[in-house]
Design a protein around this ligand. Structure first.
Ligand SMILES: Cc1cc2nc3c(=O)[nH]c(=O)nc-3n(C[C@H](O)[C@H](O)[C@H](O)COP(=O)(O)O)c2cc1C
Length: 154
């Protein structure tokens, strides 16, 4: 089971999570979309693979449903050495703090022992590419990496 955790302020990250989940399901994987503010951070220690999605708000800050997830990770401090993850960030390159949100969460996951597969995917709201196209292309690209390294059950 792949957990797809999203944190959002205005809903775009949830749409990306749903689109990415559909790509995984089309390829035969089990995928569950979980809002970050409802996630059980301790159970991440028992998870093989997760996809982490968040936007950035304020001046490079975490959106409102990502912040409690981040705070809980810091507080619970789970040992994530068994966890592999892929990261996708939403932002706007007209901000100096472009994409800080996903970089902040990915850095903490790595500090807790998790291993990131592939480079962080990004959607830039300042560019003309549509979010569904960018996130589904990214999802298709990470499937071989996730399936190959983790032997996920199809
Ligand atoms: C008030 C406001 C502040 C924002 N601040 C940033 C920022 O600091 N860095 C960034 O990369 N994007 C920033 N963004 C862009 C959002 O991350 C982007 O619109 C994203 O698609 C929103 O996704 P969400 O609906 O999942 O929260 C900001 C957007 C708004 C409306």
């Amino acid at each position: 089971m792949v957990k797809i955790l999203f944190g959002t302020e205005s809903g775009n990250s949830e749409m990306a999570a749903d689109d990415i989940a559909q790509i995984l399901r089309d390829e035969g994987f089990n995928a569950e979309v979980v809002p970050m503010d409802e996630a059980d951070v301790a159970s991440l220690a028992d998870q093989d693979f997760a996809i982490i999605i968040t936007s950035t708000y304020g001046e490079g800050e975490l959106p409102e449903t990502t912040q409690p997830f981040y705070d809980a990770l810091q507080q619970v401090h789970p040992d994530l050495c068994n966890l592999h993850f892929a990261a996708f960030g939403l932002g706007d390159s007209s901000y100096e703090t472009y994409g800080n949100g996903i970089d902040t969460v990915a850095a903490l996951l790595k500090e807790l022992g998790a291993t990131q597969i592939s480079t962080t995917g990004r959607h830039d709201a300042a560019k003309s590419e549509l979010l569904p196209e960018v996130c589904t292309a990214w999802a298709r690209a990470i499937i071989p990496l996730a399936a190959g390294s983790l032997n996920l059950a199809a």
